[in-house]
Design a binder for this molecule. Sequence first.
Ligand code: ZN
Length: 312
Amino acid sequence: MNFVNREKCPACSVNNLRTIFQSPFNKPPIRDYLESFYSPQGKIEFEFLEGAIFFLCECNVCGLIFQREIPDNSLMEKLYEHWIDPQKVFNQHLEQAGLEYYSSYAQEIMQLIAFFEKVPSSLSFLDFGMGWGRWALMAKAFGLDSYGYEVSKERILFAQSNGVKVVSWEEMPQRQFDFINTEQIFEHIPQPLLTLCHLKKALKPNGILKVSVPTANDIERRLKIMDWKSPKGARNSLNPIAPLEHINFFRRASLDKMAHAAGMEEVRIPLKYQYMYKINWYGIKQIAKNILVPIYQNIFKSKNYIFLRNAQ
Ligand SMILES: [Zn+2]
């Protein structure tokens, strides 16, 4: 078996769980889902999934929905480095990353620098799970001391060739960062609470850490319909709980409980800094969006996009 079992909630550590769905990985509907999801990005070898079950559990305390049986380290590596073909996804990245992709990074980094109220050259940022290193590279362009962490060798080499400094897991706590970015990372990792505790050690006393994970406020409806054929981005899509990859689905309460368990608390980027550094103001729709999104984020907390600091 290439799988490990998670007995406790990986976000809040309690043992109060219920199973909401179960089905073998190598039988329909999960088999068909995996086949159609991985073919365009590379391949999938079902012999490694034999005997394993897609167990979807829900934590009765924090509401985290998570996969109980997850790939072990060697199968994770196979999945992210071989089934998902690095060359193929790199080419997709080059084709799909338009101006909007880069400008959203620039916008976020400007809002953060404004929040710290310091000159960029005095700040040190880490992108945890940096992928090809685009975010870290953008931070570097603003004059910051910019670091990245990544497990994929191909991605590390590409980021390094662009001048991004790479740190290892062990080195992180010895460096002290003003900001740690985690963008679409925590839904993939086996032990999110332990990882958060590790990252916390790498923060300066007034440093902040961002957790941004998929949001699906209507997950109950989607789970009731259980349409495994619905594509990513569609109304009924089950991508937020994608077998093997999105092994943790966070509700807002799950993020709050996990932060609390790690001794952290939420901090908000003041609206003035968010508005000051919004880039695109063309058109009524965009203007409305620019004004409303920060309010929804800060006040209604409707998006799984939060900033954390050491509890004061
Ligand atoms: Zn929990």
